[in-house]
Design a protein around this ligand. Structure first.
Ligand code: FAD
Length: 490
C-alpha cells in the first residue's frame, strides 16, 4: 500500500454493535499502515450500544436487549478474543437446558432433540402431548414427502406445512421461530432465515433423514463452538463488549454521541476526488472520504435518498417489527412453578398477550442473586403489534397478569423495567435474498459508502459484527486500492 500525506476521514454512522465493530475494524486496519486515517463514529443518542442494554439493579445484572450470542458463527467470539475479552466469556449453565411451549395455558417441554422445524429423535416426538396422534403420524410421514422441484423462495409456514403438516407448525414451529424473529412465519423467507433446512431437503429428500444422519452434536441444540457452549455472553453482561469497543474508539479515533446524521450529499474536491458531506440535525456538516452506514435500512434510505433514489426505495422495502420487553426480578419463593428451563414460547393460537418469556438467570445464574430469578417477557412483534399501543405501565400490568396465570408468579417483584424497540427487528420476508442482491448491486455503484447492520445478512449479534467488519474491509479496499475511488457514479 502506498503512503499518502493526505489524511483520509472515514465516518461510521451508528453506534450499535455493527457500527462499533466497523469502527474497531477500521482502527485495526489503520494500526499497521502508513496511511493517515481518522476514524469517527457518530451516534444519534447519548449512549452507544443500540439494541444492547446492560445495567445493574441491586444485585441483578439486567439485560434489556440482546442477552447472549451464538458461537457457531465465529465473528462475536473472534472479536472478543481480539479485544482481550476471551476470559470474560461465559457459557450457558446446562442444568436447565430445555424450553417450554404453552399448550392450553400450561407450559409443556419442547420434545428433546426438536431442531426448530423438525424432530431429531423419535421417542420425545411419540410421547409429547404437544401433538395429537394424527399430528405425530403426519410428522413421521415427512420421510415420504417428495422434495420440492421448485427453486423458488418459500415461506417458512408453507415449507413446514408441506413437509410436516399444519399441527406441528401451529403448536411447535410458529412459537419457536416467533420467539427468535418476532415474525409471522407465513411471510418469513425460509431461504433467508433457515437455509440449512432447504439444503437438507435438497440433499436428503427429508429433514428427519438429514437430522438423523448427522452426528449428534451437529444436529441441533448441541452444536457448539470449539471452546464455548452454543450460547455465550460476557461476565458483566453484553454491555461489556460495547463498552470495551467504545473505549477503543474513544482512545484511537473520535466518538461523537448525540449527533444524528440527517442526509448525505456528495461533492468533488479540488483534485476531483469525491467527498461525502454528512449533514447533522443541527446543520453542521461532517466531511468524509468514506462512510460506513450501520443503521436500520429505512434510516439508511433517508440518508442516501438524494444520492441513489432507487437504492433508497429498495432499502425501504425491508419491513421492521416492533416489540417491547418487560424485564423483572422475582424471589423464586414467590413463584409456584419450578421455572426449570431456559424459557417459554407461546403459540399464536393460545391467544395470550405475550410472545415468550426468557428465564435469563436460568441460562446465566450470575445475573440474579441467590434465590431469585430474572424474567424477560416479550410483547408485540409482527403478530401482535396492537399490544404496543398501550402505555408502559399497562404493558407491565399485562405481563404481570400473564406471568401469574401461567407460572403462578405472585408478590411484588424486586424490580420491573419496560423497554420498547420501535421498528428494531428487520423481517426477512419471502424474496428477501433477491431484494438484497438488488440492494447490493445498486450499493456497489455508490463508491465510498458501505452498508452494515442487521437488515440484510442475519439479525444475530455475530451477523451484525460480521456485517460491520466486512463493510469496513470493503471500504478500506476501495479507499486505498482502487484508483477511481470516490468517482461519483450516481
Ligand atoms: C429485544 C431484542 C433482543 C435481542 N436479543 C438478541 C440476542 O440475545 N442475541 C442476538 O444474537 N441477537 C439479539 N437481538 C438482535 C441483535 O441485538 C441486533 O440485531 C443487533 O444488536 C443490531 O445491532 P446494530 O448495530 O445493527 O443496530 P442497532 O443496535 O439498532 O444500532 C444502530 C445505532 O444507530 C444509531 N442511529 C440510528 N440512526 C442514526 C443516525 N441517523 N445518525 C447517527 N446514529 C444513528 C441508533 O441510535 C443506534 O444506536 C435482539 C434484538 C432485540 C430487539
Amino acid at each position: 500500500m502506498s503512503g499518502s500525506s493526505q489524511t483520509r476521514r472515514i465516518v461510521v454512522v451508528g453506534g450499535g454493535i455493527s457500527g462499533l465493530a466497523a469502527a474497531n475494524r477500521l482502527l485495526e486496519l489503520n494500526a499497521n499502515c502508513d496511511q493517515k486515517v481518522e476514524v469517527t463514529l457518530v451516534e444519534a443518542t447519548n449512549r452507544c450500544g443500540g439494541l444492547f442494554g446492560t445495567e445493574r439493579i441491586g444485585d441483578y445484572v439486567v439485560e434489556t436487549g440482546a442477552d447472549s450470542f451464538i458461537t457457531n458463527k465465529p465473528a462475536a467470539v473472534n472479536l472478543c478474543e481480539r479485544l482481550g475479552l476471551a476470559d470474560e466469556l461465559i457459557s450457558v449453565d446446562e442444568q436447565f437446558r430445555r424450553s417450554f411451549i404453552l399448550q392450553n395455558g400450561r407450559p409443556i417441554p419442547t420434545p428433546a432433540g426438536f431442531n426448530l422445524l423438525a424432530p431429531g429423535e423419535w421417542w420425545p416426538l411419540i410421547t409429547t402431548p404437544l401433538l395429537s396422534l394424527f399430528g405425530k403420524l403426519r410428522v413421521a410421514s415427512e420421510l415420504f414427502v417428495p422434495r420440492s422441484k421448485s427453486n423458488e423462495d418459500e415461506s417458512l409456514a408453507a415449507f413446514v406445512r408441506r413437509r410436516f403438516g399444519n399441527e406441528v407448525l401451529e403448536n411447535i414451529v410458529q412459537p419457536l421461530v416467533g420467539g427468535i424473529y418476532t415474525s409471522d412465519p407465513e411471510k418469513l423467507s425460509l431461504k433467508a432465515t433457515l437455509p440449512r433446512f432447504v439444503h437438507m431437503e435438497r440433499t436428503h429428500g427429508s429433514l428427519i433423514r438429514a437430522l438423523r444422519s448427522q452426528p449428534k452434536e451437529q444436529s441441533g441444540e448441541k452444536v457448539s463452538g470449539v471452546r464455548y457452549g452454543l450460547f455465550a455472553t460476557l461476565r458483566e453482561g453484553m454491555g461489556q463488549l460495547t463498552e470495551t469497543l467504545q473505549k477503543r474508539v474513544e482512545s484511537l479515533g473520535l466518538l461523537r454521541k448525540s449527533t444524528q446524521i440527517q442526509s448525505i450529499s456528495q461533492k468533488s474536491d479540488d483534485q476531483g476526488t469525491a467527498k461525502y458531506r454528512l449533514k447533522c440535525e443541527d446543520g453542521e456538516i461532517i466531511e468524509a472520504d468514506g462512510v460506513v452506514l450501520a443503521i436500520s435500512a429505512y434510516r439508511m434510505a433517508d440518508l442516501i435518498a438524494d444520492l441513489q433514489p432507487e437504492l433508497a426505495e429498495k432499502l425501504r422495502e425491508i419491513e421492521y417489527a416492533s416489540s417491547a420487553i418487560v424485564v423483572s426480578g422475582h424471589k423464586l419463593s414467590d413463584i409456584e412453578h419450578p421455572m426449570d428451563a431456559f424459557g417459554l414460547v407461546i403459540p399464536h393460537k393460545e391467544r395470550r398477550r405475550i410472545l415468550a418469556v426468557s428465564f435469563l438467570s436460568r441460562k446465566f445464574p450470575t445475573r440474579a442473586p441467590e434465590g431469585s430469578i430474572i424474567l424477560r417477557t416479550f410483547v408485540g412483534g409482527a403478530m401482535q403489534p396492537e399490544e404496543l399501543q398501550h402505555s408502559d405501565a399497562e404493558i407491565a400490568a399485562t405481563v404481570a397478569q400473564e406471568l401469574k396465570s401461567i407460572f403462578g408468579v405472585k408478590g411484588t417483584p424486586d424490580f420491573v423495567k419496560t423497554v420498547r424497540y420501535n421498528r428494531a427487528m428487520p423481517q426477512y420476508h419471502v424474496g428477501h435474498l433477491d431484494r438484497v442482491k438488488r440492494i447490493e448491486a445498486l450499493a456497489d455503484g455508490l463508491t465510498g459508502i458501505e452498508f452494515a447492520g442487521n437488515a440484510c445478512h442475519g439479525v444475530g449479534v455475530p451477523d451484525s459484527i460480521q456485517s460491520g467488519e466486512s463493510a469496513s474491509e470493503k471500504l478500506w479496499e476501495s479507499l486505498f486500492s482502487a484508483p477511481e475511488m470516490g468517482t461519483p457514479v450516481a
